[in-house]
Design a protein around this ligand. Structure first.
Ligand code: SAM
Length: 313
């Protein structure tokens, strides 16, 4: 973990109190802390930094989904490497989704946060538009892989063709992508381990329907985003599922309850301050949808309409 991140971090377990973390370094290479820990003197918790990866997960809590995450599996890792980088290795089935999302962002001189970053494509996109970008995800496999790409700048992986047949692909990061401007950490988007007001740009792509407490995630995104001169990019297909989150916690897709109706409309109301949940309110600058694709095998893709909101305050 790059040392410059330390001043942004707080203890995720102590939230809503933002308790400082003290960094104890065991091994360092240049600016990169390879091993050590981040210690909270309020709760006595210590968060490890192992092989360069900071693991900032809160203690087991109501935000845990208990079942082992599918996002740790080799199949999903390969699927997300394809979804994030297929345009870079010029796969004929790739979409330009991440460039299109990035096209919504304005350049700014602050720090960006990509919540639920998976294997890091949008974090790299955000780093091109800001001084530095941080990706956070609770999948160790995804974050380890994103960091390997950041450091080695190229990576081979295999994609399923048919049955047991697989083909090799190589991702080579374009020279214009600057590895010194990105970092990836393991953490929970329901308890972001960052200070209030830390980020000038925040994004949540295809995530809100994948967390057990969607409103808590949106509140957390709002907490860490700057109160003025901030931008927020939200996008989601609203595939609500009771496997992930209890129906009463969905932010849409139900006929009654405080968030009945469509998730997109409810997120708009939340962001613009109509519900009094998110203050200061955001101003919606643009909205629309972007087609995003996940590849299962050579002849099987999931085509996803991800509905976005670009907001500023
Ligand atoms: C559908 S994927 C979207 C990934 C990426 N944002 C994109 O659009 O390509 C959802 C991601 O959220 C991560 N995730 C799910 N729940 C999370 C949580 N509570 N905290 C952090 N990451 C989470 C998963 O590991 C996965 O990488």
């Amino acid at each position: 973990m790059k040392e410059l991140l330390v001043h942004l971090l707080i203890c995720p377990f102590c939230l809503p109190v933002e308790a400082e973390l003290k960094c104890l370094i065991s091994e360092k290479e240049g600016e990169d802390i390879l091993s050590g820990s981040l210690y909270c003197s309020q709760c006595n918790n210590s968060y490890p930094i192992q092989e360069g990866v900071a693991i900032l997960l809160p203690m087991p809590s109501e935000t845990d989904s208990r079942a082992p995450s599918k996002y740790e599996s080799p199949e999903l890792l390969s699927s997300y490497l394809w979804a994030h980088y297929a345009d870079i290795f010029e796969d004929m089935d790739a979409t330009a989704a991440y460039e299109q999302w990035a096209g919504q962002l304005r350049n700014d001189s602050g720090i960006s946060l990509d919540a639920g970053c998976a294997v890091g494509r949008f974090t790299f996109e955000m780093s091109k538009k800001s001084a530095f970008a941080v990706g956070i995800d609770n999948s160790h496999a995804f974050i380890k892989t994103a960091r390997q790409l950041m450091i080695n700048r190229q990576m081979g992986f295999s994609i399923p063709e048919e049955g047991l047949l697989r083909e090799q692909r190589i991702i080579k990061l374009p020279e214009t992508w600057d590895s010194s401007k990105v970092e990836f950490v393991v953490g929970d988007v329901l308890r972001l381990p960052f200070r209030r007001d830390a980020f000038s740009s925040v994004s949540s792509l295809n995530l809100v329907d994948k967390v057990p407490l969607p409103l808590v995630h949106i509140r957390e995104l709002n907490r860490v985003a700057r109160e003025s001169h901030g931008q927020l990019l939200f996008s989601d297909p609203f595939s609500w599922s009771s496997d992930v989150s209890r129906e009463e916690n969905w932010l849409g897709g139900t006929a009654d309850g405080p968030y009945s109706g469509k998730g997109f409309d409810n997120i708009l109301l939340l962001l613009t301050g109509e519900t009094g949940e998110l203050l200061p309110p955001w101003e919606v600058e643009n909205q629309g949808h972007i087609w995003w694709k996940i590849r299962n095998h050579e002849n099987h893709f999931e085509l996803i309409r991800s509905c976005f909101i670009m907001a500023r305050r």
